[in-house]
Structures are given as C-alpha cells and as structure tokens.
Design a protein around this ligand. Structure first.
Ligand SMILES: C[S@@+](CC[C@H](N)C(=O)[O-])C[C@H]1O[C@@H](n2cnc3c(N)ncnc32)[C@H](O)[C@@H]1O
Length: 226
C-alpha cells in the first residue's frame, strides 16, 4: 500500500456506502478505496504455538509509547520513547465497531473522520449497511486514538490484519513503521483525508501536520511528492 498519489491503486465500489450514507437524491460515484494487502496471522486452527513468528499483532504492544501534548496545536499526540526499526508493529487501532450511518449520526458535529474497515468494499461489494463498518474510538479506544494525521510522509501505515475471524468485514487495523523512527519522535499516520471534499458529512480540521506535501495547504505553496 502506498500513499503516493501517483502510484496508489484505488478500488471503486459499484455503490459506495460512504456516498449512500450522505442520503443525497443522486448517488455520487465512489471516490475509491486504497487497495490494501491483508496480513493473516496464525490462529487457533494452525498447528503452531503462541510464540510463532506469524503472531505479532495478537501479542500486543511491544515498545514504550507515550501520550504527550504536541507543541504545534494538534492537541495530544503519541510518540515512541525508544528507537523503532522500519516495519515494526507499534499498536492497533481499537474502537467500537459501528456502521457508517451510526458513526455519522453520532459524530455529525465533531471533527471525527471514520476509520473505515473498507479493505474489501471494492472487491466484494457492500450491499447492506451492516457490512459497511468503521471503528470509532470516541468512547472506547487505546493509545492509537492519540495518533495525529500527517499528509503523505507519515512514519506509520495502517495494515488490515486477520486474527481468528474469517469474516472479511471484521479485521484488526495495525500500525507498522514506514521507516526507522527515532526515540521521542511523534508517531503519525495519513488519515487519507481529502481536505478539498467540502461535501463530506464530517467537518474536517485545519491540518497542521507540517509536511512539505500537506494536502491542506494552498495549492500555490504546496510541493509535489517526490
Ligand atoms: C484521532 S484524534 C488525535 C488525537 C488528538 N490530537 C487529541 O488531542 O485527542 C484526531 C484529531 O486530532 C487533531 N489532529 C490530528 N492531526 C492533526 C493535524 N495534522 N493538524 C491539526 N489537527 C490534527 C484533529 O482535531 C483531529 O480531529
């Protein structure tokens, strides 16, 4: 999976649950969902034991992490207290599993963008609202709820991970490092927001990510990704 707009591969739903949830008279075409590779971890039916190398996310957080107040106006953030190698599992995103309609009804006035469980939407189609799921960490979550957004060159990437459940609509969303991360560096991920989508049901925040490739900066001053 890549966040490079030139290289990323998007899958489109025939009838996108996100567009359906807007309840407009005319159903807009799907804007596309990132094509993701899914990790399948060993589970109870494998002959291996709990120390198997293909059981990483299910073993939980393995590094010292700290919630801290960011100095640049993004509120609370998450950082690592130790150096992380490239490709390290950091934590998963924990939240209540809601349908998209439930989330929008709940958070209409707040700056909360859905963390979609959309890895299969473009592949299998999602005909029922009960299959269009997302994670909401507003009331129940873990440290991942403090990870701030960074456009394009974030040091974390979210990967769908199947642990135990063979149901395609339910999976874990795990964060891995995209590069080596220094101790005390803030951990960030690209929420995949389209800051130009004024039609979006959830009001988006003014991005302060500081990336040279920030998508929320005026087009005249923004750089193109390498
Ligand atoms: C998942 S929360 C992250 C934790 C949050 N900073 C806090 O204090 O609880 C997402 C919210 O953090 C803020 N945020 C995240 N990334 C940001 C960014 N790049 N620029 C400005 N605000 C950001 C926005 O208010 C956003 O709705």
């Amino acid at each position: 999976m890549t966040r490079d707009p030139q290289q990323q591969c998007l899958l489109s739903c025939v009838e996108c649950p996100l567009e359906r949830s807007k309840k407009d008279d005319v159903l807009e075409p799907c804007k596309g969902h990132l094509k993701r590779n899914v990790i399948k971890e060993c589970w109870s039916k494998c002959g291996c034991n709990k120390r198997c190398g293909n059981r990483v996310v299910q073993r939980g957080v393995n590094y010292k992490l700290q919630v801290f107040l960011t100095p640049d106006g993004k509120g609370w953030g998450l950082r690592t207290l130790e150096k992380l190698p490239k490709g390290a599992f950091v934590c998963e995103f924990v939240g209540e599993i809601l349908t998209i309609s439930e989330l929008y009804t709940r958070n209409r006035e707040k700056h909360a963008s859905p963390v979609l469980l959309d890895a299969y939407w473009g592949l299998t189609g999602v005909s029922m609202d009960e299959e269009a799921l997302c994670l909401d960490a507003t009331c129940y979550g873990n440290v991942a709820r403090f990870i701030n957004h960074r456009c394009f060159d974030a040091n974390l990437i979210e990967i769908p991970v199947e642990v135990e459940s063979p149901d395609l609509h339910y999976y874990h969303l795990a964060f891995f490092t995209t590069r080596e991360v220094e101790a005390l560096e803030e951990l960030t991920w690209d929420y995949g927001l389209d800051f130009g989508d004024l039609d979006h049901p959830v009001k988006q925040f003014q991005c302060r990510c500081g990336s040279t490739f920030c998508r929320n900066m005026k087009r005249s001053t923004r750089s193109n990704p390498p």
